[in-house]
Design a protein. Structure first.
Length: 549
């Protein structure tokens, strides 16, 4: 009897697989594998913000991680063959926007001999920002016409689908000529495992379609071909070659696994292949995101996600505040998201700045490792909130600004430094900058009519820093619940598989079984919130001044 559902999470550095018991949501096996070429920093030029990944990295790492997951599950008492035979379905999530050019058969060009070492023929990782100038032109064209195609997502970003396609096909005539169209990584994986790679009929997920390609039923689908042709005739071809049926939800059955992939993974040929989503959204599902429940993922960057009823958002002006996409997180609802380009990265900048003399001058690797492990927590322990300097303000745009009002060229700032400013005070200012940015983003949700009763926080910072989490609760004036699950995205993808296999009728039903129970870890302290209110007002004033320059 089939009883297991697998979830596969393709992250920036590795792929993570989990096998779950669909009856109770328990994880019974895990596997992780690094991308071998990416680990060697191949096909990347950080100084140019160019980050490409070879499709062989995905294939090889996924194969290794999935087989390791089956062996891990077999440690529970059954043989690997028994575990495999009882696996019902596989779901996926991937980073995004991470598109690649494909030929007429749906094969990424980098898998062809003539393009095997051409970075332009590979998947363009989400953080590839080589298309800044193209994004500017896309914004002008898509927002200046009878239809404002940016109305649901805001200013179009260089890391999104159309900008990357436009940049690379203008830069590389050989890729332009060979590429029948482009596909997102999260769409290619279900197609690859089923063998249904024909671009004209290939599965496309609603998540990437709505948030990265601007698909919306109000537009009748993608931005119209005439508007895209004004940018470049090639984009009109991509429009024409998008499947006529449109995107499908994450819980869809894409097909059954192909014989080739069944043999490669050690599975029977009746395993179902479910749909997919972007990784953060799968993580939101895994954490328990739902109506009136917001999931905040805090890592190097940050993203806030929830869902809302379509009727409630009708006519709402959200262009500069957040992104909306149909069926993008939970089918039947509008997926709502906003993000910050830097969160933990801001703290890491201070840590690396302070460690620099030890690393580069003293060259003491043991000391460097100790500082990397302990420095931020030691600084938190030395912060004296009784000595709050209301003159010191930091702006968190170290990696540009996303929401509200995207500006990829925005930069961070420190205002009000004195010779008496100490390192703990400087660290607190940076912490407050990210939390003030979070509050500004959160207020955009509330002012847009979105109801948020509780907040679940996911990520390493949530588990490691009680100080930051308590401040977050104070400043957002909401209870904070910290998720314990480590493979949140893969668990969300396993729920896609569980629904596709018929174990549950929908994702909310699966969440009742799969998601951990939550209790309030942090409760707002109104006294602290009042103390920081003047600094928040100064943060807003400083941010407005920088915006005006």
């Amino acid at each position: 009897m089939k009883q297991y559902a697998a979830g596969v999470d393709f992250g920036s550095d590795s792929v993570r697989c989990v096998l779950t018991d669909a009856a109770d949501g328990r994880t019974i096996g895990e596997g992780v594998a690094l991308y071998p070429r990416w680990a060697k920093k191949m096909y990347c030029e950080p100084e140019r913000h160019l980050f490409r990944q070879h499709p062989l990295d995905y294939i090889e790492a996924f194969t290794a991680a999935f087989r390791d997951m089956l062996h891990s599950a077999a440690d529970q008492g059954k043989s690997t063959e028994e575990i495999a035979s009882e696996t019902a379905a596989i779901g996926f999530d991937c980073t995004g926007s991470t598109p690649a050019p494909v030929d007429r058969n749906g094969t990424p060009l980098a898998l062809l001999p003539e393009f095997a070492e051409n970075p332009n023929a590979m998947f363009h990782l989400w953080k590839d920002h080589t298309a800044v100038e193209e994004a500017k032109k896309i914004n002008r064209v898509l927002s200046d016409g009878p239809v404002d195609y940016t109305k649901f997502q805001g200013i179009y970003q260089s890391e999104w689908f159309w900008a990357k396609v436009l940049h690379t096909t203008r830069l590389d005539p050989a890729v332009r000529s060979a590429a029948y169209t482009w596909v997102e990584h999260c769409d290619w994986m279900p197609a690859l495992l089923t063998g249904r790679t024909n671009p004209d009929t290939m599965y496309h997920c609603t998540c990437a379609a709505g948030h990265k390609l601007l698909w919306n039923s109000e537009f009748g689908g993608l931005p119209d071909r005439e508007t895209l042709a004004r940018l470049d005739p090639y984009l009109a071809l991509v429009h024409d070659r998008y499947p006529a049926g449109g995107p499908q939800v994450s819980t869809s059955v894409v097909g059954t696994i192909s014989r080739e992939w069944a043999e490669k993974l050690g599975l029977p040929e009746d395993v179902l292949i479910a749909g997919s989503s972007l990784d953060a959204h799968a993580g939101g599902i895994g954490a328990g995101l739902g109506l009136h429940t917001l999931v905040k993922v805090v890592g190097t960057s940050a993203v806030d996600m929830t869902v809302e009823e379509r009727e409630k958002m009708a006519g709402a002006d959200v262009k500069t505040v957040l992104g909306l996409a149909e069926d993008s997180i939970i089918p039947g609802y509008l997926g709502v998201e906003a993000g910050m380009a830097a969160f933990g990265d801001v703290y890491a900048w201070l840590r690396e700045t302070l460690i620099w003399p030890v690393r580069e001058i003293l060259k003491d690797e043991a000391a460097v490792q100790k500082l990397e492990d302990t420095l931020l927590r030691e600084m938190e322990a030395r912060i004296d909130d009784a000595k709050l300097d209301d003159r010191l303000i930091a702006i968190d745009w170290f990696n540009g600004r996303r929401y509200p009002v995207l500006n990829e060229r925005a930069r961070g700032a420190l205002v009000g430094l004195t010779l008496g400013t100490g390192v703990p005070e400087l660290y607190r200012a940076l912490i407050l900058s990210t939390l003030f940015g979070s509050r500004r983003m959160f207020e955009g949700f509330l002012h847009s009519g979105i109801t948020v009763d509780r907040i679940i926080v996911v990520g390493g910072i949530a588990k490691k820093s009680p100080y930051i989490m308590q401040l977050m609760s104070d400043l957002l004036n909401r209870p904070i619940m910290v998720a314990k699950e480590t493979q949140m995205c893969a668990k969300g993808s396993a729920m896609f598989a569980a629904c596709a296999a018929g174990f549950y009728p929908d994702l909310p039903s699966a969440q009742k079984v799969y998601c951990e129970p939550y209790h309030e870890n942090y409760v707002p302290n109104p006294v602290n919130a009042a103390r920081y209110e003047p600094l928040y007002r100064r943060y807003l004033e400083t941010a407005a001044f920088m915006d005006s320059q």
